[in-house]
Every structure is written in structure tokens, then in C-alpha cells.
Design a protein around this ligand. Structure first.
Ligand code: SF4
Length: 84
């Protein structure tokens, strides 16, 4: 199994828990959480809610456990992902 896409729905409370758990993927700004450009096929940093860019192939498996842990730890459950 691997995670092909991860994105942030509306409602992030910028608590920073996800970046603490998985800093390779998540970057929390003053207003929201973003998915880092470095791990995305489209090379854009954003919530990835509109773009729905896939993760780079090399991190889909290597960061799977860390992304799942971050999603489970989000207090408002706005981290969403697709598995393949
Ligand atoms: S854990 Fe959830 S609420 Fe906290 S910064 Fe990340 S996405 Fe936002």
C-alpha cells in the first residue's frame, strides 16, 4: 500500500501537530497547513485541495506511515489522503 495523494480540507486550526509528526510532507503557515512542493508531482506548495496533485513516487511508500500518523493526530480531522 502507498499514499498517492494527501490534502488539507478547510478548517485547519494551525496547531502544528502534523508538521511535528511528518515535517517532510506538511508545512504549517500562519493561516493553514500546506503540502510541501518538494514532495508533489506538480511542485506547488498549497493545501492541495484544488490541485489534488499526486505525491512523488519515491515518497508514496516511504512516508506512508508518517502521513497516516499525522492524519490520525489532527485534532480537527482535516488531513485527507488516498491510498492505492
Ligand atoms: S494537525 Fe490538522 S489542524 Fe493541526 S496544523 Fe495540521 S492540518 Fe492543521
Amino acid at each position: 500500500m502507498s499514499i498517492t495523494k494527501v490534502w488539507i480540507e478547510e478548517g485547519c486550526i494551525v496547531c502544528n501537530a502534523c508538521e511535528a509528526e511528518c515535517p517532510d510532507v506538511f508545512h504549517v503557515t500562519d493561516t493553514t497547513c500546506t503540502i510541501r512542493a518538494e514532495v508533489r508531482v506538480d511542485g506547488t506548495q498549497s493545501e492541495n485541495r484544488d490541485e489534488m496533485s499526486e505525491l512523488n513516487a519515491d515518497v508514496q511508500s516511504s512516508l506512508e506511515d508518517s502521513i497516516i500518523a499525522a492524519a490520525a493526530g489532527c485534532p480537527v480531522e482535516v488531513i485527507k489522503y488516498e491510498k492505492a
